[in-house]
Design a protein around this ligand. Structure first.
Ligand SMILES: Cc1cc2nc3c(=O)[nH]c(=O)nc-3n(C[C@H](O)[C@H](O)[C@H](O)COP(=O)(O)OP(=O)(O)OC[C@H]3O[C@@H](n4cnc5c(N)ncnc54)[C@H](O)[C@@H]3O)c2cc1C
Length: 372
């Protein structure tokens, strides 16, 4: 091996965090992105930092809870460069089976030590003064959660990466891996190549074909998510809101971001589309109208843009992290909830790559689970 360089492929939240944690420890790092930092799922993410309630079993919940703590640490490390909105989340559902399920979820997460509790209608109004909840069955407040603009985090981490003397290269699409005796020796971008002692594949939905070149299987499934972004508004909410059929947050710049269901054929920008595809502009206005039923301050508010993102969704929905069993210097990092987990995974990956540690927390999520 003629180099000690670690090359990170993909500068979304996962790659940026891994590069940041490696560079912080003095490693020689280069990070490359096919388009620009954050251009994949990261810039289309809702950015909710959470460990509720789909985060099961307990080990996966605990990983996400540590993920929340990771953001506290990162925010401190980055000083004033990054601001996480630590307002927690408030969720409510209509009466009936959903209310029963929410109560049960809260009870289970409390057993696991999570700072969540049931709240009544008055308490909910105390936390969210501007909402009109409509039909109310049960509600809960998850105090420890937050929201972040993942792009702010990527930019702040990459600033530190550059300051540490590491290279951040884009647009630079990796088209191949050079392999020798079962190890990767370089990454290729067309005719050019960059030698590497370790290659980290953190390029989201583009991981499978690159990993396949080293005969490593990283099975992902399709999953899209739509977000509607309003123009900046005076302060309406300062927590993540999970209402029946809608979730929203208000960013530090005043923009309200609302998540809605995906509709086939939806474009990535607001404006009329041809043929039978739905009009994204009308779709987005409808999402904001739906949100205005629970947040009346959104009535008549203009849509600024719509984003449609492809989640990095492993087939079993759990992260795929670690060195590949049959290519020992190829490190894979593919995950949904990549925002929640970003700072933690960066820190743990640095331990595994630089110290040869095997972090037991990550054992359930190894790429080798997909070997037949
Ligand atoms: C609508 C939506 C809402 C979400 N909400 C949340 C949430 O509330 N909380 C949460 O925790 N998670 C959420 N997620 C998931 C989260 O955003 C992702 O898990 C996370 O952004 C994945 O980051 P990543 O860095 O692994 O991948 P990506 O952000 O996809 O980054 C991959 C990068 O690799 C680059 N790349 C691709 N191919 C190549 C190549 N050949 N060579 C070089 N570079 C390449 C791309 O340009 C891209 O920048 C959401 C996702 C979506 C879509």
């Amino acid at each position: 091996m003629t180099t000690d360089r670690i090359v990170v492929v993909g500068a979304g939240i996962t790659g940026a965090s891994i590069a940041y944690h490696l560079a912080k420890r003095g490693a020689k790092v280069a990070i490359v992105d096919a388009v620009r930092p954050g251009a994949g799922a990261t810039e289309k993410s809702f950015g909710w930092i959470n460990a509720t309630f789909s985060k099961r079993p307990q080990a996966y919940f605990e990983l996400n809870q540590l993920g929340i703590a990771g953001w506290r640490r990162l925010e401190t490390e980055l000083g004033g460069e990054l601001k996480v909105q630590w307002g927690g989340s408030v969720a409510w559902v209509a009466a009936g089976s959903e209310a029963d399920a929410l109560r049960e979820s809260v009870r289970k997460h409390q057993e696991w030590g999570y700072a969540t509790h049931l709240i009544d209608r008055d308490e909910m109004h105390g936390l969210l003064t501007n909402i009109a909840p409509g039909e109310f069955g049960a509600a809960c407040y998850c105090e420890a959660e937050g929201a972040v603009d993942a792009m702010d985090a990527v930019k702040a981490m990459l600033r530190q990466v550059r300051e540490a003397g590491a290279e951040v290269r884009y647009p630079h699409e990796i088209t191949g891996l050079k392999l020798q005796r079962g190890r990767v020796t370089a990454i290729q971008a067309g005719e050019s190549s960059l030698e590497a002692a370790v290659v980290v594949l953190a390029c989201g939905v583009a991981i499978p074909p690159l990993a396949e070149m080293a005969e490593v299987s990283v099975p992902l499934k399709e999953s899209e998510g739509v977000l509607v972004h309003s123009r900046p508004q005076p302060k309406l909410i300062d927590r993540v809101v999970l209402a029946p059929g809608i979730h929203c947050k208000q960013k530090l710049d005043g923009r309200v971001v609302v998540g809605g269901p995906v509709v086939a054929g939806l474009g990535t920008s607001v404006g009329p589309t041809a043929g039978t595809a739905p009009d994204p502009g009308e779709y987005a206005r409808q999402i904001l109208r739906d949100a205005a039923r629970v947040l009346p301050g959104l009535r008549g508010v203009a849509v600024e843009r719509v984003t449609v993102g492809r989640r990095v969704m492993p087939v079993d929905e759990y992260p795929i992290v670690g060195f590949a069993a049959n290519c020992p210097n190829l490190y894979i990092a593919a995950m949904h909830s990549g925002v929640t987990l970003g700072p933690l995974i960066g820190q743990l990956a640095a331990l595994e790559i630089l110290d040869g540690a095997r972090v037991s927390l990550l054992e359930p999520y190894r790429p080798s689970r997909f070997i037949d």
